[in-house]
Design a protein around this ligand. Structure first.
Ligand code: TXA
Ligand code: MG
Length: 351
């Protein structure tokens, strides 16, 4: 498996339809094309072609029981592949599609089990990124796409991140620049009685509750008790993980900075390389380590946007230990901390 991965470069706001038609042809022939969305880059293949789905698992090194998200550009495509649709589907789609929300619904037999990891439900998302929408439309297919990273690594927020992981393993990458949000979509399961969030994201519980009466959060993603398993298979794996050993330090800014400074000095005296995820407010207070600034504590969009890129930078710097401040921001804070917790293997120290 070593092919010449082609790059189609274009502006996020101005799709190149000639290039997208060529990329669409790759999809129709059963090949794989990575493409930008507003959340993270996806690794796309024809959702109705079982062998394309198998190639996606192989390229990512992903367990084949972890289902893919089917990307559409028009609501009628959801109706085409759902066995039944609860009334909430239309309400949520009207409010949040195109956008960073994935709906899980019972599937019919048009979608192969290879795409859903053997499940009778299918995850569907209508992205808002103009290049993603044009690409899906011009391919003439629904596009199955997980995040375009090697399984276990942080999701890609630039085409270069995709290249680092998948060069030589896929036919092409559509480079539409840096993505906007930087964290994966909110997953809402509509296959149970009450709509349930299986993965937090930019669209929050409060936002969903403005549209439908009741929304639950899957207890498996809140609990640190490993016996309560998340319903989304992908949320069960250690994930988003940098190579260095990451610990979150939680407490007042002063206490966090002095804890990290002491721990860093100790680790460095033992010859270890340390990385620190800092904020604009604190970055000047660190006395050692490789300090990377994620943004202002007040700017949660920036924190979401920069998180995966920073984790990848630490991989490139070869740090062995990483300390991160903790971020309890009001709106997408839950999504940020969910990803950071997983990256840290749930290792947090209160100071
Ligand atoms: O923002 C996103 O959602 C990005 C972009 C590319 O659209 N995609 C993405 O896909 O994050 P992926 O494959 O990395 O994550 C999909 C998650 C996994 O945790 C998977 O287990 C879950 O969705 N999932 C997919 N189908 C499911 C189903 N039928 N039931 C429960 N969980 C499902
Ligand atoms: Mg992923």
């Amino acid at each position: 498996m070593n092919m010449n991965t082609k790059i189609y470069k274009m502006d996020a706001e101005a799709s190149d339809e000639v290039m997208l038609a060529e990329a669409g042809e790759i999809i129709r022939k059963g090949g794989l094309v990575a493409f930008p969305t507003e959340t993270v880059y996806g690794l796309g293949g024809d959702a109705m072609n079982p062998s394309a789905s198998q190639k996606i698992y192989a390229a990512k090194g992903r367990p084949s029981d972890n289902p893919l998200i089917v990307h559409i550009w028009d609501y009628s495509q959801l109706e085409e592949i759902a066995a039944t649709l609860p009334p909430e589907a239309k309400k949520l789609a009207d409010a949040f599609w195109p956008g960073p929300m994935t709906l899980i619904v019972p599937k019919n037999d048009r979608i192969p089990y290879e795409t859903t990891g053997g499940l009778d439900t299918v995850a569907v998302r209508m992205p808002s990124h103009p290049v993603a929408r044009d690409f899906i439309r011009l391919s003439g297919r629904m596009i199955a796409a997980p995040s375009a990273n090697t399984s276990g690594r942080p999701s890609p927020t630039t085409a270069d991140h995709v290249w680092q992981d998948l060069n030589g393993k896929i036919e092409a990458i559509i480079d539409g620049g840096v993505v906007d949000i930087g964290l994966e979509s909110t997953i809402v399961d509509l296959s149970d009685e009450v709509p349930t969030i299986l993965r937090p994201g930019y669209i929050t519980k409060a936002m969903l509750e403005e549209v439908v009466d009741e929304v639950r959060i899957d207890p498996g993603i809140l609990s640190e008790n490993e016996k309560i398993r998340p319903k989304a298979p992908g949320m069960r794996y250690k994930h988003y993980a940098p190579k260095g050993d990451l610990t979150i330090i939680n407490g007042s800014a002063d206490a966090v900075v002095s804890y990290i400074n002491e721990a860093t000095a100790k680790a460095e005296s033992e010859g270890k390389r340390v990385g620190i995820i800092a904020t604009e407010e604190t970055c000047k207070l660190y006395t050692g380590g490789e300090v990377l600034t994620i943004g202002s504590r007040e700017d949660e969009d920036a924190i979401a946007h920069n998180l995966y890129g920073i984790l990848r930078s630490f991989d490139a710097l070869g740090v062995e230990i990483i300390y991160s401040e903790s971020f309890s921001t009001p709106r997408i804070g839950q999504a940020i901390m969910n990803r950071l917790f997983k990256a840290a293997g749930h290792h947090m120290i209160d100071v």
